[in-house]
Design a protein around this ligand. Sequence first.
Ligand code: ADP
Ligand code: ASP
Ligand code: MG
Length: 410
Amino acid sequence: MALIVQKYGGTSVGDIERIKNVASRVVQTYNRGNDVVVVVSAMSGETDRLINLARQMTPSPSEREYDVLVSTGEQVSVALLSMALHNIGVDAVSFLGHQVKIFTDSAFSKARITKIETEELQKALRERKIAIVAGFQGVDEDNNITTLGRGGSDTTAVALAAALNAEVCEIYTDVEGVYTTDPAICPDARKLKKISYDEMLEMASLGAKVLQTRSVEFAKKYGVRVLVLSSFSQNPGTLVTKEDEEMEQVVVSGVTYNKNEAKVTIIKVPDKPGTASKVFGPISEANIVVDMIIQNASEDGSTDLTFTVPETDLKKALEIVKKTARDIGAKDVAVDENIAKISIVGVGMRSHAGVASKMFRVLSDEGINIMMISTSEIKISCVINSKYTELAVRVLHKAFELDKIEVTEE
Ligand code: ADP
Ligand code: ASP
Ligand code: MG
């Protein structure tokens, strides 16, 4: 008998029939003698609907009340799934984040899990109950409800799997696993049999929303075996696991895109020591994560400083940057929201040369201008005009022969 954590995403619990389908899958695992903890997301579209309600009420809602509101979607799904299980005669009990307890810091709307108490869950499991836990939410030290950022139910599931020392964390979604790129925009995308934690971490943080980045960080840190698979089929999914030699032979294993960043340029920043820290200090204090940064060469004692931030933080970032620009005597601040970051990821890049130049050539052959570039050991990212996103993904996918990767045998 093993302890298995299963997570079902929004589409998988999108309506009553689908919730019944989830219940019957959960029961199959339970009836094999396993202990089962299930994490569920809000029904598809629900979190967006709630965010929209907040926007209609006020352009700048209280961060605390925003989380009280957007966390409610998951409360609906845990209750409905418990009822579905009761209907088929199985004992199940629902838990909200604060009932588990899943403790987080107080960074509303992007809180990080700090500690999980498992006593209540263990008690339910001892009584042979299926525990259904609301994803995406936690509670801070002051008893406020917090949420973990979009896609946060993945992190709830992996963190619970780590805390409970589960045998595996199964992430059920609307595709059959992790693909070489988003199958929604590239029909040639291939399902990977397995992927290393590091590659998955890069892919997630570079836009492959199939797993939330934090969930992969947890998985890597605690060695949780994560299996990504579909709640609509019985086909084998993708195992996220430790790197092996086979993986290193593939130069590029994935192409990702992210359209949710904006580019900010501070024009004519005086070129003297301390300026960068004056610009980025207040932004990081506001808990905004700056991604790529470019500083042009100084010509007349001043330079342009360009960086990207998540679109959701743009308003807040601009307020700060405009003030800093005035303080340091810069000329102006310009914004471009029509950008996309296209990345190629692969552990094999460590040992293969010429990957970056090939990427630049492929984009230039299509007449796509590269605005910013950043690299790490196992990824290369380029910022381009967002209207070329799909084209760039497809040509890179083809150029690096990802369409030729062997399809997983079913
Ligand atoms: P869930 O609601 O189950 O959490 P998400 O919508 O968050 O599902 O994530 C699944 C989606 O991620 C897929 O429908 C797919 O379009 C998208 N996706 C992006 N990149 C990839 C990738 N490399 N592999 C698989 N899916 C991807
Ligand atoms: N319901 C939340 C969202 O839509 C969390 C999740 O689905 O993982 O972002
Ligand atoms: Mg998701």
